[in-house]
Each structure stands twice: as C-alpha cells, then as structure tokens.
Write a protein that binds this ligand. Sequence first.
Ligand SMILES: [Zn+2]
Length: 294
Amino acid sequence: MDWKGGRRSNNVEDLRGAPLAAGAGGLAILFRFLPFLLSTRIGRIILLVGVLGFAAAHFLGIDVMRVIGGQPTQQSAQPLTAQEQELTDFVSVVLGSTEDVWATQFQKAGSNYEAPVLSIFSDRVASACGLGQSATGPFYCPADKKLYIDLSFYQEMKNRLGAPGDFAQAYVIAHEVGHHVQNLLGVADKVRQAQQGKSQAEVNALSVKLELQADCFAGMWGHFADSERGMLEAGDIDEALNAAAAIGDDRLQKQSTGTVRPESFTHGSSKQRAEWFNRGFQSGSINDCNTFKN
Ligand SMILES: [Zn+2]
C-alpha cells in the first residue's frame, strides 16, 4: 500500500500512557456502583474506608492508580519508538483518506460528513460506551462517535490471526469507519429498533447484516483509495480479503482463547465478509451495500 505522503487526519487522539484513561475507567465503575454503596450501611463504610485509604496512600506517596492496575504515570513521558510513530502516521493517513472518500459521498447525497475521532489507546480506555480493553479488539462507540484501537491488535492480526499486511490494517480502520457511517445514516438505530423483542437468532442475524454492511463500506473506501489516490499496490486486495476472512466468526471462534470478544459472534462467516468487502470494492456505490435486502 502506497500511503506515505498522504494527508494525515487531524482527528487522531493519542491516549497511550494517559493515566486518566485507566483512572476514568475505574471512576466509571465506581460511579456505577455508587448508588448501591450509598444505599446500605456496609456500603457506606466500604466507601469511607476506600476514600480514607486512597487519601492515606496519596499522603504516603504511593501511586494508587498504579497499584490498582492503572497505567504508570511515567509512561506519558516516554517517547514513541520509531515503529510506533510510523504506525501512528499510518493510521492517521488511512483515517484522512476515509474522511476524503466519505465527505465526497455525503456531499453527493446532499449532506455533510461529520468525521469521527480515532482514539489510540493501550490496554484499556474509558469510552462513552463503557470500558474498552485491548482483548476486545478495535471498536466504534456511537455515543461519542469515536473509533478505538490499541495498535497491538495489528501484531495480533499478523502473529495469531494470520492476517499480515498494511492494507489489512487499513481495512480494520475502514470497517470501524463503516460503523460510523451507519451511525450517521441512522442504519444502526433502525437495526437496534428492529432487534427489540426479537429472538436471539433474529437479533444475531440483524447484527451480522450490520457487520457485513460495514465490510462493504470498507470495500467502498478501498475502491476510491485505489481509483482516486492510487494507494493500492499488487496484493493489497488479497490482504484485505484475507483479513476479512481471518477475523470472521468461524475462524475467530476456532482460535478463541477464552477471552471475551463481544463482536466475534456477530460478524458473519469468513466467506460472507470477504464477499461483501469485494462487492463494495468493485462497485464503489452505497446502493450495492444493502445487506438488509433479501
Ligand atoms: Zn464491526
């Protein structure tokens, strides 16, 4: 993939080493249980002991966030390695090109594209959709319109999932951007409404359609990244199709190590994912990405 020199998006935020990311996650959990803690006598005592303990530890100079599993505060001062910097540049350029492609598509349809923010985190992050963890894989949160990715996922794709290559990495971003587009178009809301009161099988079937459409939208991005920017090189499409297949549910479930992967059972089969990516890539038209049509 020929990405160097491409426009870098300004919508990338780097939360690696931000102590707040882990701290806020802890606070989010605390607030969730706060009504419960306050409602009982024992809960109030636990809370009081906790607050006093926190204050005492702080007074004694103990880094509490570190002790409870937060990221060490020193990490924020650590400069990125050359490899981390290059990967950060890479995702910024890919995000930039999705912005250009979707802005044009929305403009053609007479509306404006509101670009999402891409948050790079390490280990865990507090999103408006709850605590995100590296083990969950990259995700999109409709509530804050942000894409979240721990760049170590790319290592996992290469080493564990058998999906190497920069275009495979770009496809992951383009897929999450696809979820953002669904959010803007109101598709995600409609699907959530349609899922109300349905059986688990029907709920899953609709989720699969949503996922396959995000793959088709990722393919659309690939179409324009190729035809308008000449970003694609020989073998790139195979990389993306391979990645789409590698992170389909059937394979993920086979490789599952017992880690919770909320999205894994709702993505569709390897074959379906590759097919819909290819459809979007061939046509470049949103009309060919209607996965809901029977
Ligand atoms: Zn998805």
